[in-house]
Design a protein around this ligand. Structure first.
Ligand SMILES: NC(=O)c1ccc[n+]([C@@H]2O[C@H](COP(=O)([O-])OP(=O)(O)OC[C@H]3O[C@@H](n4cnc5c(N)ncnc54)[C@H](O)[C@@H]3O)[C@@H](O)[C@H]2O)c1
Ligand SMILES: [Zn+2]
Length: 365
């Protein structure tokens, strides 16, 4: 088992990474002194695999559990399901010391975290992420939230979990496409923070795609360590934390204009990273060989690196970028790489450059 600590003073917590770790959940929750009742929030894809087992393991450690199963998918990150969770929790008399277990991918984690942050003004929660994306990204760092009709993640709270438990065995049932989408965020960590890690990914990508447990464990631990370091320095994204958004400015816009249906998040972010690498070349002088290595690694991971969009869609991407909540005073700001492993946030990019990159990336008009 590997252990990464997120240092946030009295709100510090451990991320545990290893195979068959679920068995540790009950004893670890006991050690944390959590109350006797808990709600396990999960989705209907994850529940048949791990729901009962999680319930049984927690009960074996003396906890009384209620399982709340939401439909899978982004649409469940909504006020409707927040309300449904509150009602079930109130019905089962969860109180201030009770806790929430988020068992699932980023959708479940974001929703369950927000429910925990707001129910009775905040009760403890534990993340048990079951997608690669959730294990390396969404379960760590305390961003919780839901979507509104007006846009993604518009309501939420910074609320840290008490523990993150990444059981690699849960990835055995993860669909191939979801695994590849998670690798997009993994590759991002190399680009923004650690050139050696990027090189290791170039060497070990096939092993990761084959779900080699030793390779996955090391990769996940390094990603969590990077995210933990960044979050410890800038919990509420006033500066450094923004580097985690490499590839996300164009990626989010792509997701928005395609109705959050065509691309998985990681896939949209792959395209966004190819664009950001090209902009980095132009604006910060990222060597062209490095931009090519970024593109090539994303391609080897089976992620989209080109798309076919009309001229109207390109305009829509620009408009969507301007609506993104990370944009201030109408200026489009990007995270760009000066070199592999060294990123700079807050880079203002003129619209004309963004359009030029959208053209170059072989988006057919
Ligand atoms: N809070 C953050 O910091 C943060 C960071 C990045 C992304 N996010 C959010 O995360 C969400 C995306 O997360 P995701 O990619 O994990 O998607 P997801 O939660 O929708 O999971 C992807 C799919 O895999 C299924 N699934 C999950 N685990 C499985 C398993 N072990 N076996 C079989 N099927 C399984 C799910 O039911 C779903 O159909 C988005 O809503 C995004 O906004 C949040
Ligand atoms: Zn992301």
């Amino acid at each position: 088992m590997q252990r990464v600590k997120v240092e946030l003073g009295s709100r510090s917590y451990d991320i545990l990474i290893g195979r068959d770790l679920l068995a540790e959940l009950g004893p670890r929750c006991r050690k944390l002194g959590l109350g006797s009742r808990c709600a396990i929030i999960t989705d209907s894809n994850v529940a048949p695999h791990y729901g009962e087992e999680t319930q049984r393991l927690l009960e074996a450690s003396g906890f009384q559990t209620t399982i709340i199963t939401i439909p899978p998918g982004e649409k469940s990150k909504s006020l409707k399901y927040v309300g449904a969770c509150y009602d079930t929790m109130a019905k089962h008399r969860l109180e201030r010391k009770s806790f929430v277990v988020a068992l699932g991918g980023g959708v479940v984690g974001d929703l369950a975290g927000f429910v925990a942050a707001s129910y009775l003004r905040g009760i403890p929660f534990v993340q048990v992420p079951t997608t690669l994306l959730a294990q390396v990204d969404s379960s760590v760092g305390g961003k919780t939230g839901i979507n509104l009709k007006a846009g993604k993640n518009l309501v939420g709270a910074f609320y840290q979990p008490k523990l993150v438990l990444c059981d690699l065995a849960t990835l055995d049932t993860l669909p191939e496409r979801e695994l590849r989408a998670g690798l997009s965020e993994v590759i991002k960590y190399g680009i923004i923070y650690d050139a050696l890690f990027f090189r290791r990914l170039e060497e070990q990508l096939e092993g990761a795609l084959k779900r080699d447990p030793a390779i996955l464990a090391k990769i996940i631990a390094r990603c969590c360590a990077i995210k933990a370091e960044v979050v410890s320095q800038d919990e509420t994204e006033t500066g450094l934390r923004a580097i985690l958004n490499f590839g996300h400015t164009i990626g989010h816009a792509l997701e928005a204009i395609s109705g959050y249906g065509k691309y998985l998040h990681g896939e949209a972010i792959a395209l966004g990273q190819v664009c950001a690498a090209r902009l980095s070349q132009k604006i910060l002088g990222l060597p062209s060989a490095d931009a090519e290595r970024i593109r090539a690694l994303l391609e080897r991971a089976g992620l989209p690196i080109e798309a076919h969009l009309t001229a109207a869609q390109k305009q829509k991407i620009l408009a969507a970028m301007k609506l993104d909540k990370k944009v201030s005073a109408g200026e489009i700001k990007f995270v760009l790489a000066r070199q592999l492993g060294k990123d700079e946030h807050g880079q203002k990019v003129p619209e004309s450059e963004v359009l030029a990159v959208l053209e170059k990336i072989q988006f057919n008009s």
